[in-house]
Design a protein around this ligand. Structure first.
Ligand SMILES: O=C(O)CCC(=O)C(=O)O
Ligand SMILES: [Fe+2]
Length: 352
């Protein structure tokens, strides 16, 4: 069976050589003529976290904002998070170090290449497969025991470890708050739900999408849903590009400076028996400007059997997914390229 591997070629390197034609492996005829929504009615919901944790996450929050959050998770699978209280210095350092990493000469970046983690292009399984117009550095950030420092930048940025330590613990804090709020909205035991994600694997994907002379022909990331619990995205240099599937269209996400973008992953879709949606998204490329982002993925703890929660299967509801262990989940993820919602489709039960 083919396995996920990282191809150590670099689009950034390719672009720096002033290419005149786009190599055919990057060209996507399927995106020609696809509809992209423009209406302002079609905007990703914005959630103000300060209205939800006024009183230490226990009470005093705004019911209206809670409803908005619930709807966002049900109908969009995405929301922009403002007034989130993530340490500003931690964010700023992440921005600086990620920029510095991608500015390194390609030889130094390639020193971070490996099998599943590392620098390069993800999910390359065959010679024929179309390639994404972007490079990444992917690594396990938490728990500490999951770290493989061989794929972390060895010299520059000098502060990389320190920066990731701080940022990843801030993301961990955010994850705990968010899954707690989601549990409350789902009417299930908050502590138990928080525990499912406690000490789960946290991985980071630093994405760098160079400009492309003909952006209408390429994609920065192929359409996919995230095979994780939740993802928290920092759109680092404020260049738009992310689009999400909504109502049959691709809806562009307009960056709100300082906001984080949160999305529900496959694991929460399964646990919630489809009440919360893990939505497909993709990245389009800009003609002049690069886009840089940091996605932090939060998985359930490896001991959790991921399946629809019995407390949500009430009143004649049927289970929409079969359960899978985290090992099985990882194997499924690594045996396929990024391809829409195919992981969820594999776990879907045919109830009809
Ligand atoms: O760069 C982005 O906006 C999206 C990144 C993403 O979807 C991912 O890393 O899974
Ligand atoms: Fe994603």
């Amino acid at each position: 069976m083919a396995s996920l591997s990282i191809d150590a070629s670099s689009v950034q390197d390719l672009v720096s050589k002033n290419l005149e034609t786009i190599p055919s492996r990057y060209i996507r005829p399927e995106i020609d003529g696809e509809i992209v929504a423009t209406s302002i009615d079609n905007e990703v919901p914005v959630i103000d976290l300060s209205k939800l944790i006024l009183d230490g996450n226990k009470g005093g929050f705004s019911n209206e904002e809670m409803k908005k959050l619930h709807l966002a998770c049900q109908e969009w699978g995405f929301f922009q998070l403002v007034k989130h209280g993530v340490d500003e210095e931690a964010m700023k350092r992440m921005v600086e170090d990620v920029r510095e990493f991608f500015e390194l000469p390609v030889e130094l970046k390639k020193e971070c290449s490996a099998e599943i983690e590392g620098y390069g292009q993800a999910f390359v399984l065959s010679e024929e497969q179309k390639l994404d117009w972007g490079d990444m550095l992917y690594f396990f950030a938490l728990p500490d025991s999951a770290r493989n420092y061989k794929v972390w930048p060895a010299h520059r940025p000098l502060t990389f470890r320190e920066t990731v330590n701080k940022y990843s613990s801030e993301m961990e804090r955010m994850k705990t708050i968010l899954v707690g709020l989601m549990a409350k909205n789902l009417g299930i035991d908050q502590d138990k739900f928080i525990d499912y994600f406690k000490d789960g694997l946290q991985s980071m994907r630093l994405n760098y999408y160079p400009p492309c002379p003909d952006p209408s022909k390429v994609l920065g990331i192929s359409p996919h849903s995230d095979a994780t619990g939740i993802t928290i995205l920092l759109q680092l240099n404020e260049v738009d590009g992310l689009q999400i599937r909504h109502g049959g269209n691709w809806v562009p996400v307009k960056i709100i400076p300082g906001a984080l973008l949160v999305n529900i992953g496959d694991v929460i879709e399964i646990l919630s028996n489809g009440i919360y949606k893990s939505i497909e998204h993709r990245v389009v490329i800009n003609k002049e400007k690069e886009r840089i982002s940091v996605a932090t993925f939060h998985e359930a703890h490896k001991s959790v059997l991921v399946g629809p929660l019995p407390e949500l299967i009430v009143d004649g509801e049927t289970e929409m997914y079969r359960s899978a262990t985290s090992d099985e989940f990882s194997k499924l993820i690594r045996s396929q390229k990024l391809d829409g919602k195919s992981l969820l489709d594999k776990l879907k039960l045919k109830n009809e």
